[in-house]
Write a protein that binds this ligand. Structure first.
Ligand code: ADP
Ligand code: ZN
Length: 766
């Protein structure tokens, strides 16, 4: 233990011990929470030998039944030695970490999460502390070589072979010490000449612990400082509101409603500059897909010490960042959802950019937390400011602003008086449009031709990947589905496979109907692969890039594709919603939405909101340069209020349509909602247990408070990976009552082959 302590830097500075003096008349007790163990905290005796080391936030080993478990110590307390207990306490076996993995504030945060999301405390801790940090990954000892003054002084006299001399020269020229391997690489030699230099003591050696790879990479990414733009009046007003919140030293939340291209990021950056001036740090959360080199560069060019946390970091890199953040060295943390747990020393500001984005909500594993709620808790806890920015705020946030819980600032215009793009709606019910061959109608095709002639670029959005999205027999009606998920298989032409989009099951595409043997099986429905072929056929003189999760499997391919498009190597970019977000390409003069209805008829009360957001966001990708821009939306529902509002860039019109409906049906934001998902391999066991839960929940309904328990019903995805799925929706005007009702489900004995999950504030209804 002592050895480990020496090697590990102190993560959080000295912590005061939770007790004042050693008193033999007292017993020391540790409260421990366990992953995959009993949901309630366990109490253990702290043996005298471990007293020094047991502190909240460290992992411990302890006996449970006949096994040894690993748990997190969350509290240490003392009690008089003679105190009576119902049962005999067992002693802790060992302490794993020399320093707490998370500080007291984060520990309290995870406790709150376990209460709010009805999950295990240990699960919440594991969501907050990345695995690389938990295992303190990737530190190793390495030898670093440099050229000492003594060698430099007698440079000319040294008797060296040409290879040795070259290696020595390379080392002397390097801006920092190199490992023998790095030196061999740079000098283009084997290890032999370097070994000789070491033996002759011509180079000095130093052993350091390093985090593999992380440091150099970051060094390469820091760029020259750049100055910001002169803020326009709307930006100034938004900034003033946020700064007033920061100056007040209270936790304040500001909802910044700014159209695409209104200069929101510039305002975030100014607000961050302010909190840094006060010696505090800021966290900026963006959707994972927006963590592009462009975004990184934007922050790195404005601040000295930025940590970018993205999902492709290795364990060691994560640990390295975590320590820099905990030490207070980092000024700004930029990252996706889980960066909300960054262990900043003095948090001054949290920004959620694109706050409506569903990637801020974790789906699996539990806890199914939303970064916005976690950010709000942290901001309150540390008296920090919270800024939520979006062109299409979630109705939850909008309603909280309307009821005075948030301050609202609006930026209704684009910077530099750039106009919003003109949005045209194309009615696919129109015969001429409907009859045109393929997915691209006549109007859209003509506009694409025009845009390309004028040397502009085109973005096409289609929210379905694959080639054909359904395979059906025209004789018996059989649809080819996944045997485990009961979902239509999608035909992927490139790989010549029919694939399930939920579990990745694949088979050869059938030539005849698997049910009746009929040879006229039909492949229909449109996916991005088919669209790509159509585009290549219709625009043979132009280069087309496709972006969807099939083409973007490899790390870095996303960035590569965007770089190509930015440089104009491709003129047409088509893809799923991953192209709708945040991209800023001034030369894009046309955006086409192939079918705006794909999300509109989902069995989800947020279907209209999603459609409005998607169309508005993708429309925002054009008209960002001097050439202006235009949007064409193909739809079968041109009269739908969500589409009409998106056409006019009128968020408030959408809100005026949507909010009354939510109110009428008692959906969020007018109620708190929970969803219970019950699943298991046996359809009867699963549905019976779901029915038992629903009955139990109904029994808890309280008079006077409006509560609704809907279901159980088969989930819209009724079978996934071989397990049947049923769900129950609960809405209640009172959030704490909702939790009380929902947690009563835990009181039912769980059949062996059935599992259930609780989703508080669910975003996915599938
Ligand atoms: P948003 O985040 O609202 O989409 P950005 O902050 O990305 O908008 O701004 C869009 C573009 O306008 C960026 O290229 C940015 O550098 C530029 N910009 C921002 N504020 C100003 C300003 N006040 N004057 C001129 N250009 C600006
Ligand atoms: Zn499947």
């Amino acid at each position: 233990m002592a050895k480990a302590k020496e090697q590990q830097p102190n993560l959080f500075g000295p912590e005061p011990p939770p007790w004042e003096e050693d008193d033999a008349a007292e017993q020391w007790l540790a409260t421990v929470v366990v992953v995959d163990g009993p949901p309630q905290p366990l109490t253990y005796l702290v043996p005298d030998a471990l007293r020094e080391q047991v502190t909240p936030g460290v992992r411990v080993r302890a006996p449970l039944g006949t096994r040894q478990i690993t748990g997190y110590c969350v509290a240490v307390e003392t009690q008089p030695a003679g105190a009576k207990r119902e049962f005999r306490l067992r002693p802790l076996a060992a302490v794993i970490d020399a320093e707490p993995l998370l500080n007291r504030r984060l520990l309290a945060l995870t406790q709150w999460m376990s209460e709010y999301y009805l999950c295990g405390w240990a699960d919440a801790i594991e969501a907050a502390v990345p695995k690389g940090v938990r295992v303190q990954a990737g530190t190793r000892a390495a030898t670093f070589l440099s050229v000492p003054e003594s060698t430099r002084r007698r440079w000319e006299e040294l008797k060296l072979s040409p290879k040795q001399r070259h290696a020595l020269q390379v080392l002397a020229d390097a801006p920092y010490p190199l490992t023998p391997v790095e030196l061999a690489e740079r000098a283009g030699c084997s290890s032999a000449p370097i070994q000789t230099l070491r033996k002759q003591k011509l180079v000095s050696e130093e052993v350091r612990r390093v985090y593999q790879g992380a440091e150099r990479q970051l060094e390469a990414e820091t760029g020259p400082r750049q100055a910001g733009e002169q803020l326009n009046s709307a930006q100034r007003a938004a900034l003033d509101t946020i700064l007033a919140g920061i100056a007040a030293g209270r936790a304040t939340t500001t909802l910044m409603h700014g159209v695409t291209g209104s200069g929101k990021t510039e305002v975030y950056i100014r607000a961050i500059e302010e909190v840094i001036q006060h010696g505090k740090q800021a966290i900026v959360l963006v959707p994972e897909i927006s963590l592009t080199p462009q975004t990184r560069h934007r922050f790195r060019s404005r601040f000295d010490r930025v940590a970018v946390l993205h999902s492709h970091l290795s364990g060691p890199e994560r640990f390295w960042h975590w320590q820099r953040i905990a030490s207070g060295e980092v000024q700004v943390v930029v990252g996706a959802r889980s960066a909300v747990f960054a262990p900043t020393k003095r948090l001054g500001l949290i920004v959620l950019d694109e706050e409506h984005d569903s990637s801020f909500k974790q789906d699996t594993p539990a806890p199914r937390y939303h970064a916005r709620e976690v950010a709000m808790w942290r901001a309150r806890d540390e008296q920090a400011a919270l800024v939520l920015g979006s062109a299409t705020p979630s109705l939850e946030s909008w309603q909280r602003a309307a009821s005075g819980h948030y301050r609202l600032v609006s930026m209704p215009d684009r910077v530099l008086n750039l106009p919003m793009p003109d949005v045209g709606v194309i009615d696919l019910r129109d015969r001429d449009e409907g009859r045109s061959r393929g997915a691209i109608g006549r109007v859209l095709q003509r506009s694409m031709e025009q845009a390309l002639r004028d040397e502009g670029q085109v973005i096409l959005l289609l929210n379905r990947r694959g080639y054909s999205t359904s395979i059906q027999c025209t004789a018996c009606g059989e649809t080819v589905t996944c045997p485990d998920c009961d979902i239509s298989l999608t035909h992927h032409l490139e790989e010549r496979k029919a694939r399930c989009h939920y579990c990745d099951f694949e088979r050869d595409p059938p030539m005849t109907c698997p049910a009746c043997g009929f040879a006229g099986i039909r492949y229909s429905g449109l996916g991005t692969q088919k669209l790509e072929l159509e585009v290549r056929g219709k625009f043979p003189g132009h280069t087309c890039l496709r972006m969807d999760s099939d083409t973007m499997r490899k790390h870095g391919s996303h960035e590569e594709a965007l770089a190509k498009f930015r440089e104009g190597q491709a003129q047409i970019l088509l893809g799923t919603q991953m192209i709708a977000k945040g991209l800023d390409f001034p030369n894009v003069t046309l955006v086409g939405v192939i079918n705006a209805d794909t999300a509109l008829h989902f069995p989800d009360f947020r279907a209209a909101e999603r459609t409005f957001q998607l169309v508005t966001q993708v429309a925002g990708r054009t008209g960002r340069g001097a050439k202006g821009g235009r949007v064409l939306v193909q739809t079968f529902s041109p009269d739908h209020p969500a589409i009409m509002a998106a056409q006019r860039h009128d968020y408030e019109a959408f809100v005026r349509y949507e909010l009354p409906q939510r109110r009428q049906f008692g959906y969020p934001p007018f109620s708190a909602m929970a969803r219970l998902i019950v699943r298991g391999p046996s359809e009867t066991h699963t549905s019976e247990f779901a029915a038992a839960i629903a009955e139990r929940l109904r029994a808890c309904e309280t008079q006077g408070v409006e509560t609704r328990v809907l279901g159980p019903a088969a989930a819209p995805l009724p079978k996934l990976q071989g397990r049947y799925r049923f769900h129950i929706l609960v809405t209640c005007a009172d959030r704490s009552l909702l939790r009380q009702i929902v947690s009563s489900a835990h009181e039912l004995p769980l059949p062996k082959d059935v599992q259930f999950a609780i989703d508080i504030d669910p975003l996915s209804m599938l």
